[in-house]
Ligand binder design. Sequence first.
Ligand code: NAP
Length: 300
Amino acid sequence: MEKHQVHVVNQTMHHHVLNRSIAVVGSGNMGTALMKGIINAKLTTPEKIVACGIHLGKLQNLSAQWNIGHTLNPLEAVETSEIVLLCVKPQTVPKVLDQIKGSLHERHVLISIAAGMKIEYFQKRIGKNLPVVRAMPNIASTVDEGATALSFGACVSEEQQRIAISIFEAVGEVVVVAEEQLDAVTGLSGSGPAYIYMVIEALIDGGVKMGLSREISTRLAVQTVLGSAKLVKTSGLHPAILRDQVTTPAGTAINAIHELESHGLRSMLINAVATATRRSEEISQSFSKPNYQNDKAGDS
Ligand SMILES: NC(=O)c1ccc[n+]([C@@H]2O[C@H](COP(=O)([O-])OP(=O)(O)OC[C@H]3O[C@@H](n4cnc5c(N)ncnc54)[C@H](OP(=O)(O)O)[C@@H]3O)[C@@H](O)[C@H]2O)c1
């Protein structure tokens, strides 16, 4: 039943975004992942996408690969588009905004993925009451398994909200949260892949310690994490119930669980999310100073 509803919603979204022109300003890891998702999900035709960046060769390759337009000039990209996907690094944002603000109008929707940069900052810097969407995606968007949280500025219409949702649904899961919660999202799903990589690495080493080859141990560890996540997602069961189901009395799993509990695994992860959230708040504060500008910064 739930699945059916999701499907219907998706069809509506599909319809809404179809044939929109999209400028992707900053065609790096995330910009490229989003373009690929948009094209694969057929949200719009490739000719209606224009990739913008600073290295012509890279842009030409993207153009040739997907039949999309390209330009080195962000102003030109924005002028010909209805949706502006801003995918540059936070320190490049002020410069790019100053370049494009002249041609940004209420008909545009600006979708920014720059970590820590608040909706209010964009509106102030642009000097117009522009519809601004803030997105916090994660790196798994590059393999269509992203986890993205969106927050909508005050003047984002319902249709524009649906457009933003469908763009990020093309590369994974989407949730909508209040802007104040984006720091917690950054602490959980934004930074989360780093924690899980450590878990995977340690499981591999565990297998190697107990005599498995690194290759076999890697394949087993990766598939164990992927499969466990998939089971939580598809069953809808609480992870504790799934854990109980694989924990037989006096068996192997309960002995391992006792070991993990005695070292505070769950506390450690809760603290990791909390610490990353606080760090995100700090970074966000520094970007929020009214005149935040970092013209000299490169993009790395
Ligand atoms: N990666 C993540 O996991 C993640 C997660 C959440 C949010 N984000 C956010 O996503 C944004 C992009 O991250 P990323 O990992 O995709 O970085 P990235 O790969 O470095 O991409 C940034 C792109 O911006 C381009 N660029 C630099 N200066 C420009 C300018 N003046 N005009 C137009 N384009 C310009 C760069 O071009 P060149 O390639 O030619 O140098 C590069 O392709 C950041 O704001 C980050 O906070 C990233």
